[in-house]
Design a binder for this molecule. Structure first.
Ligand code: GLU
Length: 307
């Protein structure tokens, strides 16, 4: 009896370890770890049919990409399940990476014709406006201030700012309980602007990328990290015994694909790609293979805004 019990316990521990790996790599990592999310049994992202004979007359961005034979796409690299780069294989994965790859296929570019460029939150507008990327897919909220500098296709996802806290945290529950607490967020992000409002009374720590904030949370230098719930759930899934999400979102963040402000033709083409693949079920398959694995529940995305 004793022996059997031990075996059962061992089997359970092994199963748990497997689940933890499937949920996004090694526990304790802040999102810049070596392992890509997703275990062997996890649903796989679909393959996208690469369009032939694409004509986008009047799109300067498309013309430039075509003549260089490569599409340069801006993305995040430290957001598991969203925009992640495996440090050992250099393979990118996540919801945003798949959405970007799906759009590329509709524009006639295969995955090996994509050059990824990691761009963190604070440099997005400049990078896009200067033409250093053809488009950008990286948890990028559409707003009027950004629209003065760049254009947005989409939205393709609705998120909301939330709080990431340690598992043993009892004082912080939502935006009304961060008074006097050290809350970390990222330069150039909308949740940073939000949490800096005096009404919250938080002591705000500003860093360059989210994984740095998560590291500081794990080492108890800060009490919470704030940004979009979709991002935070990825870090919580990577550190299931150490971190959790408060689950009380307090803003609305509609994710768009950032691109050159003047390139309406490219914007329309990206909107068309998004609309088509929400309808044909590709979007849902992408979701299930990426964000769905970190505990975000599926919802139909908002309709694209054809401005
Ligand atoms: N969605 C927010 C933003 O665009 C936060 C996430 C991010 O920094 O990428 O600012």
């Amino acid at each position: 009896m004793k022996l059997r019990k031990t075996a059962a316990v061992a089997a359970m521990a092994a199963a748990l370890a497997l689940t933890a790996t499937a949920c996004g790599g090694k526990e304790g990592s802040a999102g810049d770890g070596a392992k890509a999310p997703g275990g062997a049994d996890a649903p796989k992202a679909p393959k996208y049919a690469v369009a032939k004979d694409v004509k986008l007359d009047g799109s300067a961005g498309y013309k430039a990409a075509k003549s260089r034979g490569k599409l340069v796409i801006g993305a995040k690299a430290d957001q598991p399940y969203l925009g992640f780069e495996d440090q050992s294989t250099k393979v990118r994965s996540g919801f945003d990476i798949e959405i970007a790859t799906m759009i590329a296929a509709d524009l006639g570019f295969s995955p090996d014709q994509i050059e990824w460029k990691t761009v963190n939150s604070d440099l997005r507008e400049t990078t896009i406006a200067q033409g250093q990327v053809d488009y950008y897919v990286g948890t990028y909220s559409i707003n009027d201030k950004r629209k003065k500098q760049i254009g947005f296709a989409g939205p393709y996802y609705k998120a909301g700012a939330d709080l990431l806290i340690r598992q043993d945290e009892t004082a912080i529950k939502d935006k009304t309980t961060v008074k006097g607490k050290k809350v970390c967020s990222i330069k150039g992000s909308t949740p940073l602007q939000e949490i800096k409002k005096p009404e919250y009374g938080a002591s705000v720590v500003e860093l360059g990328k989210y994984s740095d904030c998560v590291q500081q949370l794990l080492t108890k230098q800060v009490d919470a990290v704030t940004t979009d719930d979709a991002i935070l759930k990825g870090y919580a899934a990577q550190n299931p015994t150490k971190l959790k999400v408060a689950n009380n979102p307090f803003t609305t963040e509609l994710y768009g694909v950032g691109l050159n402000k003047e390139d309406k033709v490219l914007r329309d083409a990206i909107n068309e790609s998004l609309t088509k693949h929400v309808k044909d079920g590709t979007y849902k398959k992408i979701y299930d293979a990426t964000l769905g694995l970190s505990g975000s529940t599926f919802a139909e995305p908002p309709a694209v805004d054809k401005y």
